[in-house]
Design a protein around this ligand. Structure first.
Ligand code: GLN
Length: 493
């Protein structure tokens, strides 16, 4: 019998529908794989019973001849930023430890309605702030990948590093991620998997713990482009509970998926040729151009002149919004409460926040509060908003000349855990290619391209016009078919 844990979303769903195996067998296989992989620290909490119960419902529906959902029989990992009813939800922060929501996020509810089950809550950078999965209160996530000839623990990327590690290690066929400034795409690139951040507003933010509300978007992480198309179809859709939700029909991305790019123009942004980019990444980018050309696309040069200002603007806007969003964690309503002897209300707030938030979260709150303060608001926040508008305008102009943009996902491959701790700025630089599409609210995907000379995965990024996830997925498929990326990490865990 096939090893069920080697299967992805489509193969599991279709196999269950055909009766090749039961959803219960699939859930059991993944529950066992999750239990064996504790060394990765990918999960904060495992929920094997949730996965089994969902599987039994699917098996019963199939036996009764009822129609099956888009994700029927597929057990997935849920980033612990999505509120799950009756299941502890922490955002990987001490301040939310013990918080058990009385509601289900809209996106996770849609996935359960489509027949998926939950293997557990995935580890992440605390409040999704980070690029390496080292800011979690529950410990680092370790990538299943290692450099050739080395046992050093590598970063799975962040903030969706539990998601990327679990999918790459084949202890989950797919996982949810969220992307504020690259947190789906960068970890996908670091671990040799696919991940798409859809257009801002496609997936409801309701019930997702907020980081920077004008940027946060949920999306799928899986090992193939088709699997991402399927899962995105199950996650997306209008939600009246989210004021920024897009009231538009959800296209049949899976059904329309094609790698025939004839008639499409792909733009290569010249400003993305940055100093410090790993030569292996530039080589992957060249290959990417050839692959897309081979699929029928025409390659054109485009310019995104404000690219270099995007990252500084992001690191003003995101902390500003975070400082406001995180003000609700005060020891009164959720999770942790620190109440020193004789403390009044203000002291209780201060003690709870001091003990509950990690260093990176505190850094962001300080930056955010500073840039929003009366004396500095115009100098920082208003300026950053202007830059954001210019970055969006760059893309709008580029899309007059092309249908999608091809760029690297990250300037380097994964790095060893701990190697960047002293230098938050270098860490922030990791998002340099990911952040512009976030500021502009555009759909963007990372697909694996090749291994670098050290045996680590490298990803390519495709950015599309607003609402045009289809072209992004199609170009992703064209790359996937030609890259033939079949490498997988050797099991050491
Ligand atoms: N690494 C970026 C940050 O730390 C992006 C995080 C994200 O997209 N959630 O803000």
């Amino acid at each position: 019998m096939t090893d069920l844990t080697s299967l992805g979303v489509k193969d599991i769903r279709d196999g269950v529908a055909r009766g090749d195996f039961t959803a219960r067998e699939v859930a059991e296989a993944f529950n066992a794989a999750v239990a064996e992989a504790a060394a990765l620290n990918a999960f904060i909490l495992t929920t094997p019973d949730h996965a089994l119960a969902a599987a039994e419902k699917v098996d019963a529906a199939r036996a009764a001849g009822k129609p099956l959902g888009k994700m029927a029989g597929v057990p997935i990992g849920m980033k612990d930023l999505f509120a799950t009813h009756g299941v502890e939800t922490t955002a990987a922060s001490h301040i939310l430890e013990g918080f058990t929501p009385r509601y289900e996020s809209s996106v996770s509810q849609k996935l359960w309605d489509a027949g998926a089950g939950m293997l557990g809550k995935l580890n992440l950078d605390q409040f999704a702030m980070g690029s390496s999965n080292e800011t979690s209160y529950f410990g680092n996530v370790t990538s299943p990948w290692r450099k050739a000839g080395s046992n050093a623990a590598m970063s799975p990327g962040g903030s969706s590093g539990g998601s990327s590690a679990a999918v790459a290690a084949r202890i989950a066929p797919a996982a949810t991620g969220t992307d504020t400034g690259g947190s789906i795409r960068q970890p996908a690139a670091f671990t040799g998997i696919c991940g798409i951040k859809p257009t801002y507003g496609r997936c409801s933010r309701w019930g997702i713990i907020a980081f920077a509300s004008s940027l946060d978007q949920a999306g799928p992480m899986a090992r193939s482009v088709a699997d991402c198309a399927i899962m995105l179809g199950a996650m997306a859709g209008f939600d009246p509970k989210d004021a920024t939700s897009l009231d538009m029909p959800v296209p049949d991305w899976e059904g329309q998926l094609t790698s025939d790019l004839r008639g499409k123009k792909i733009g290569i942004p010249r400003e993305y040729r940055m100093e410090g980019t790993d030569p292996a990444i530039l080589e992957a980018w060249e290959k990417g151009k050839e692959w897309l050309q081979d699929a029928g696309a025409q390659i054109v040069d485009v310019s995104l002149p404000h690219t270099k200002y995007a990252l500084p603007a992001y690191y003003i806007i995101a902390p500003a919004e975070a400082s406001s969003n995180l003000a609700r964690y005060d020891g009164v309503r959720y999770g942790l409460r620190e109440l020193p002897q004789g403390a009044g209300l203000q002291e209780m707030y201060a003690a709870t926040r001091a003990a509950g938030f990690g260093d990176e979260v505190k850094r962001r709150i300080l930056i955010g509060t500073y840039v929003l303060s009366a004396g500095f608001y115009d100098a920082y926040y208003t300026q950053a908003q202007k830059v954001r508008a210019l970055v969006a305008r760059d893309f709008a102009r580029a899309f007059e000349e092309c249908d999608a943009i091809l760029a690297p996902t990250t300037p380097t491959a994964s790095f060893p855990l701990g190697s960047m701790n002293e230098d938050p700025l270098t860490m922030y630089l990791n998002d340099v290619f990911a952040v512009p599409a976030s500021l502009a609210g555009l759909p963007a995907m990372s697909v694996p391209a090749m291994l670098n000379p050290e045996g680590l995965p490298l990803g390519l990024q495709i950015v599309g016009r607003p609402f045009d996830e289809q072209t992004v997925l199609d170009a992703g498929l064209a790359i996937e078919e030609r890259a033939g990326f079949a490498a997988r990490p050797e099991k050491w865990w």
